[in-house]
Design a protein around this ligand. Structure first.
Ligand code: SAM
Length: 320
């Protein structure tokens, strides 16, 4: 079973991800003339990883319900609808998206289902029947979004303003999932350092220790999470691609840090129970405080670090 892991060439070359690469071929090889089995890009890895994880867990089937956060114009909504899954696709409300620059490129944001089946990965009638769009800010998830078989996001929770905001999202979004369901979320991972990082701004960069802190927190809440932090070690894995970009793009640079992608898989067990109300109020608050404390530079068990940083360049400008 594929579990939480870091983007590597060997993962991209696995039979599971290769099979999904064929499903997405109309997106990256519209004429069907490209002989390659996949595109060597961390963002493609994120999409294939999400598909493979959900498929293995049996939730990509008719009658299932999925909730996508910060979907932008990604192809996964159409892929899942094509398998009969009912999808609620969400992204920032338009005023916030404009204010934060997400509409500028014309290919990173959507405020309706119109751009979500651009290459026809799902027949139009099924797409219209199964997919709804709803503006949702990931830092304030509406209480009525509940009972989903799965949630996902790709390249989104690192854009919530701070490390802490993204990790709070990971905890909060689990409320949307029914017992027995799954969440899979991908993000930016700091390959250069487990101490220094970009901890606030438009794009933040998670270190291993941040991911370990949130995994611990999620486990205390009764969720199941495993993570393999093994980095790839082939020349393609080690290559840090910067503009002008090449076709080997598993790592790139954000500020002074080399970055790749991380995929997190979180399971809410069948017998999961919420904390008892009297403990939940105090317990939840103090656990969130502990998580916030763990994220402060120099407070996560590692050596002291410099104050938080922000970066101006965003790897999301990279072409796919
Ligand atoms: C880099 S794009 C990724 C889009 C898409 N998931 C993909 O993989 O192509 C980041 C997405 O996150 C969305 N986003 C950023 N901040 C958000 C927030 N606070 N709530 C919801 N979505 C947000 C943006 O509007 C954008 O669609």
């Amino acid at each position: 079973m594929i579990d939480s892991q870091i983007c590597t060439l060997s993962s991209l070359e696995s039979p599971e991800l290769l099979a999904w690469s064929e499903v997405l071929r109309p997106l990256w090889d519209p004429d069907g003339t490209d002989g390659k089995p996949f595109v060597m890009h961390r963002k493609m890895w994120e999409w294939l990883f999400i598909c493979a994880v959900l498929s293995e867990r049996g939730v990509l089937a008719p009658g299932r319900r999925g909730l996508g956060f910060g979907v932008g114009q990604e192809p996964l909504v159409a892929v899942f609808a094509n398998l009969g899954v009912e999808i609620v696709a969400t992204d920032l409300p338009p005023d916030l998206a404009i204010e934060r620059g997400w509409t500028t490129s014309g290919r990173e944001y959507s405020d309706s289902i119109d751009a979500l089946n651009n290459v026809g990965l799902c027949p139009d009638d099924a797409f219209q029947r199964l997919v709804t769009f709803r503006p949702v800010d990931m830092v304030a998830i509406p209480a009525e979004l509940r009972g989903f078989d799965f949630n996902w996001s790709s390249c989104a929770f690192e854009h919530l303003g701070s490390l802490e905001a993204g990790l709070k999202f990971l905890v909060e979004q689990m409320r949307c999932i029914r017992p027995g369901g799954f969440a899979v979320h991908t993000t930016e991972y700091n390959v250069s350092s487990n101490e220094e990082t970009v901890n606030r701004g438009g794009t933040v960069l998670y270190r291993r220790r941040d991911v370990e802190a949130v995994i611990l927190h999620l486990r205390r809440e009764g969720y199941q999470v495993q993570c393999d932090f093994t980095l790839g070690d082939t020349p393609s894995d080690r290559h840090v691609d910067v503009a002008p970009f090449s076709d080997v793009h598993l790592r790139t640079r954000l500020g002074e840090f080399a970055t790749t992608s991380l995929g997190l898989v979180i399971h809410k067990p069948d017998d999961w129970q919420p904390q008892r109300p009297d403990r939940a109020a105090g317990g939840q608050v103090s656990r969130m405080r502990r998580l916030a404390g763990a994220l402060r530079p120099g407070r996560a068990g590692g050596p002291p670090t410099s104050p938080g940083r922000s970066a101006t360049s965003s790897p999301d400008a990279e072409p796919l």
